[in-house]
Design a protein around this ligand. Structure first.
Ligand code: HEC
Ligand code: HEC
Length: 271
């Protein structure tokens, strides 16, 4: 699925990646950044601050705090931990917002304006000038769509996922997924704020509701937080099993297994 802005974003990055910056392109980029700044000053400044440091006027009332864009560390990416997000990642965050936090969804502002403000927030950090920080998305294994459609195969996956969860996740997310494991105490993020492992039984997984969103976050980890990347720990295929178990936990708590998944209520003795 290639939308218009993806094509546009390809035009914007080449200043670094192709080294062929033409006059036309740089005028185009400047126009985008100027428009992005206007949007930023209207829509983002109150939380993210005029210098992009996350210290807008509303920030003192918010938890979690608005992102500080000056460090170049981003939580939600499709790319490896410590890499910059792609424009598509930032577009996802902007379009969907971050559930359970004050970060709103901006799907009502035109796509081109969303893309422009994305280019503008990049001006707050030099990290975007260093080619080493750019990496492509981690692919992972394709979604076993059929397995997620049948009650029995879903349960089989979630069972395998439970064993991997106990081994890798329980220490932070706890036995029941409430975010209260032994390792959950006293955690801090890279910006110096206290942070808790997510309560996986709630609806509010920040990066989205679909099983693909859960898979991506397990694969890539959450930048600037103690949530590690499991890319080299759990196999690409088995990460779908873990994702199924996370869905099971959410189904148990919030009664919601995932967008568009026809899974009927699962009882505890089935898993
Ligand atoms: C009402 C406050 C608020 C407004 C307005 C707001 N944000 Fe945010 N934003 C947040 C908070 C809070 C977070 C951090 C959530 C977290 O860390 O879990 C965030 C996170 C983000 C992230 C995620 C970065 C990452 O680490 O992956 C991006 C990108 C972002 N905001 C861009 C914007 C842009 C662009 C605008 C304006 C169009 C905007 N925000 C407006 C509160 C806000
Ligand atoms: C060292 C502690 C730690 C371990 C181990 C850990 N997590 Fe996390 N996890 C966190 C923290 C902290 C957050 C919250 C980050 C945030 O809100 O910014 C989190 C958030 C999440 C989220 C919510 C993502 C979102 O978009 O809101 C999911 C899903 C998740 N973890 C799944 C897992 C799974 C599955 C495992 C094991 C394979 C695991 N975690 C292991 C600490 C951990």
């Amino acid at each position: 699925m290639k939308s218009k802005w993806l094509g546009l974003s390809l035009l914007l990055i080449p200043t670094i990646s192709l080294g062929q910056s033409s006059f036309v392109q740089s005028v185009f980029n400047q126009g985008m950044i100027k428009h992005g700044k206007e949007i930023y000053l209207q829509r983002c400044v109150g939380c993210h601050g005029v210098n992009g440091d996350g210290k807008g006027e509303a920030a003192m009332f918010l938890d979690p705090k608005p992102r500080d864009f000056t460090t170049g560390t981003y939580k939600f990416r499709s790319t490896p931990l410590d890499s910059l997000p792609t424009d598509e990642d930032l577009m996802r965050t902007l379009s969907k917002g971050l559930t359970g936090t004050s970060m709103p969804s901006f799907h009502l502002i035109p796509e081109v304006s969303r893309l422009a403000v994305i280019q503008y927030i990049k001006t707050f950090s030099d990290a975007w000038q260093d080619e080493d920080n750019y990496n492509g998305p981690l692919g992972g294994a394709p979604l076993p769509a059929e397995a997620f459609r049948s009650h029995d195969s879903f349960i089989a996956m979630a069972k395998k996922g439970r064993a991997l969860y106990v081994e890798n996740c329980l220490t932070c997310h706890g036995q029941e997924g409430l975010g209260d494991g032994e390792g959950a105490e006293g955690l801090e993020d890279d910006w110096g704020f206290a942070i808790k492992p997510a309560n996986l039984t709630l609806k509010s997984i920040k990066s989205g509701h679909s099983v693909e969103d859960i898979y991506r976050v397990i694969m890539t980890g959450i930048g600037g937080t103690p949530m590690p990347s499991f890319k080299d720990v759990i196999s690409d295929k088995e990460m779908w099993d873990v994702s199924a178990f996370v869905l099971y936990l959410r189904g148990k708590g919030a009664g919601m297994y995932g967008d568009e998944l026809p899974i009927s209520k699962i009882t505890e003795d089935e898993i």
